[in-house]
Design a protein. Structure first.
Length: 242
């Protein structure tokens, strides 16, 4: 697949489109060029890795939130974390996911592991990897205010997701994702299925491409569950707020 008119648009204009900042001529070109529409989505997804480095830097890490949930912190520390939760819906969501995970674990702790069953892993919010910090930090600054990106970890799989305005559909959002298996090339998850569901019903399905990217468009506001399905496991992000 190739651009229908390569001389009409540049990489900078494609990136501007992903931030909903493109001029009318660029928008018109991308609306009629499937290649450039896909390229714009890929450029936006690449920025998610970098935006994650600048997000939630003041939030407590997952271990501290876990100790708070279990009541293991000092009274002063418990009060400080509670104050933070009063103003941070993302940390509240992480504590809620932890509570759900612990309830599930207690229910199945004494059951034997089923044979030949794909593992189901609940992804937890994780701090950005230091390895990502060396990747073109200047590009992260350009999009840092445009969207928030979250890093999730489940086993050796990392999933980064973020939201953008859907420039083709008023009032709708796009969910952009990047996924990788630690210590493996990006194409190791190519072809994996990604399911997006709401209220227990699947609303969209996509595949991970050869660079680890996936995306969903035309999303209404609300809470969604995302499941990444490989031949070895199902990685579940239980709550994504759009």
């Amino acid at each position: 697949m190739e651009c229908v008119a390569p001389d009409e648009i540049t990489e900078e204009q494609l990136l501007a489109y992903s931030y909903n900042e493109a001029d009318d001529a660029s928008v018109a070109h991308i609306q009629r060029c499937a290649y450039c529409a896909e390229r714009s989505r890929a450029l936006a997804a690449d920025q998610l890795v970098l935006r994650a480095l600048f997000h939630r830097v003041e939030c407590p890490d997952a271990q501290v939130l876990g100790e708070f949930h279990l009541g293991l912190l000092s009274p002063t520390e418990q009060a400080a974390i509670q104050d933070h939760l009063n103003t941070c819906p993302r940390c509240v969501a992480e504590v809620r996911e932890l509570d759900h995970f612990l309830q599930e674990a207690s229910q199945v702790a004494n059951l034997p592991a089923p044979q030949h069953q794909i593992k189901r892993l609940v992804a937890r919010l994780a701090p950005p990897s230091p390895d990502l910090e060396a990747q073109q930090p200047a590009l992260a600054l350009r999009g840092a205010a445009a969207a928030q990106a979250d890093v999730y970890q489940a086993g050796d799989i990392k999933v980064i997701v973020g939201l953008e305005v859907d420039g083709l559909r008023a009032g709708r959002k796009m969910l952009l994702g990047f996924t990788a298996r630690e210590g493996r090339p990006l194409e190791s998850l190519s072809g994996a299925q990604v399911h997006l569901s709401q209220h227990g019903e699947t609303v969209a399905m996509e595949q991970v491409d050869t660079l680890g990217n996936f995306s969903f468009s035309d999303l209404k506001s609300g809470e969604y569950e995302l499941v990444l399905i490989t031949d070895q496991e199902q990685v579940v992000i239980e709550t994504i707020v759009v």
